[in-house]
Ligand binder design. Structure first.
Ligand code: UDP
Length: 139
């Protein structure tokens, strides 16, 4: 089943100039980029994106970090795209991430873990619409 998923290259990775290296890992996996842009979230926009985590103890720190610098948001498409991208990303905590994953290669810690990927079809729909209009989704 072909699926689309939302990817974010987070501020820690953009700040270290890793957009190209991370996009190469994504493209080498066979996932296709069907939309992409760079932007900076306000604190409120970061809160809106991570609304599901609003009651978690890490919410304030996470939204500070996500609004601390530019990010690269993209929509990826491929066979089982949602799970496939989560496999390439690796575990949330880089200490648990497998060799060859983006987070194993680049994440700094459990918060500054370099990438985001949607976790299910319903959240993918909401997250894609948070950043992109239909007109911006090509392919
Ligand atoms: N996060 C954090 N502390 C935690 C768990 C998560 O700062 O203990 C951050 C981290 O940046 C993570 C994001 O919150 O990527 C969303 O958490 P989730 O559990 O949804 O992980 P993901 O789906 O990104 O792997």
């Amino acid at each position: 089943m072909t699926q689309r998923t939302l990817s974010i290259i987070k501020p820690d990775a953009v700040q270290r100039n890793l957009q190209g290296a991370i996009m190469k890992m994504i493209q080498d996996s066979g996932l296709k980029i069907v939309a992409m842009k760079m932007l900076r979230l306000s604190k409120d926009e970061a809160r809106g994106f991570y609304d599901v985590h609003k009651d978690r103890p890490f919410f304030d720190s996470l939204t500070d970090y996500m609004s601390s610098g530019p990010i690269v948001v993209s929509i990826l498409e491929g066979e089982n795209g949602i799970d496939k991208y989560r496999e390439i990303m690796g575990a949330t905590n880089p200490e648990n991430a497998q060799e060859g994953t983006i987070r194993k290669a680049y994440a700094l810690d459990i918060e500054k873990n370099s990438v985001h990927g949607s976790d299910a079809p319903e959240t993918a729909q909401v997250e894609m619409a948070y950043f992109f209009s239909k007109m911006e989704m090509v392919g």
